[in-house]
Design a protein. Sequence first.
Length: 309
Amino acid sequence: MQLFDHAEIEARLDWPGLIEELRANFSAARTVAPARQVLEMDLPDGEKASLLIMPAWESGRAIGVKVVTFFPGNATHGKATISAGMLMFDGADGRFTAALDGDALTARRTAAASALAADYLAREDVQTLLVVGTGQLALSVAHAHASVRTYTRVLIWGRSVEKARSLAATLVMRGLPAETCEDIESGCRLADVVSSVTASTTPMIRGAWLRDGSHLDLIGAFKPDMRESDTAAITGARVFVDGRAGAVLAGDLAQPIAEGAFFAEDIVADLTELARGHPGRLNEIGRTVFKSTGLSQEDLAAAMRVIRR
């Protein structure tokens, strides 16, 4: 049985290689990925936490199960809100073969999936990327998006200006043209691509702020009561998702659906369809949205790449 820690996973999952791994995986459509389970847990202090169980397999090759905890209250104590572990088994005989740091794997595959979507949906001439949020995923998202498009500005907005400045400084040290954005509205109005990675339960991004031709990448919300964008951000765009079943349960789509402003049938395509040739962006002025809730298929593909390399 092999063990892969955070550093080794990051070293083995370079952005261009991982993005192409996901593209090939979605195009081949060999993975079986049952719906994830989201189990709610009551905590002693009255708060709630979530336990997510995400299985996937490729027949005869590999079986993987990722287990994730989501403790939103951790944010107020400076702790990570999401923790995860990935277990791998041989697809031919069921042997336990590897355990992987799920935090690193999740950050990498989530950011890579959004970058893959942006490669289909964002204009080629983009210049400004806005990252909304300063948590675990923000650093990965900035690097992943910068691997599929060339940005002259990478703006970082967060509720904590200090955290935004720290993240921007880290990105500058790593070679990206990053700077702090202290006003989210002005950042949205400037950005060609907006990537949001927060645990917000109220809309932070307004459709009225988004530029014609822009691309909105919504990653953070995965439950019905979580939401990063308002209804206008969704209804004024062509909407794409990683997987339909999960995306319509997340607040960014579930709440407009409940309002009667959006319908599941309005989703244009998912990542499998995009990878198989479905047209993404149709022109230079229309807005696009990619709603991601995370797929166990992505976890399995990333984990197989880690082990193979």
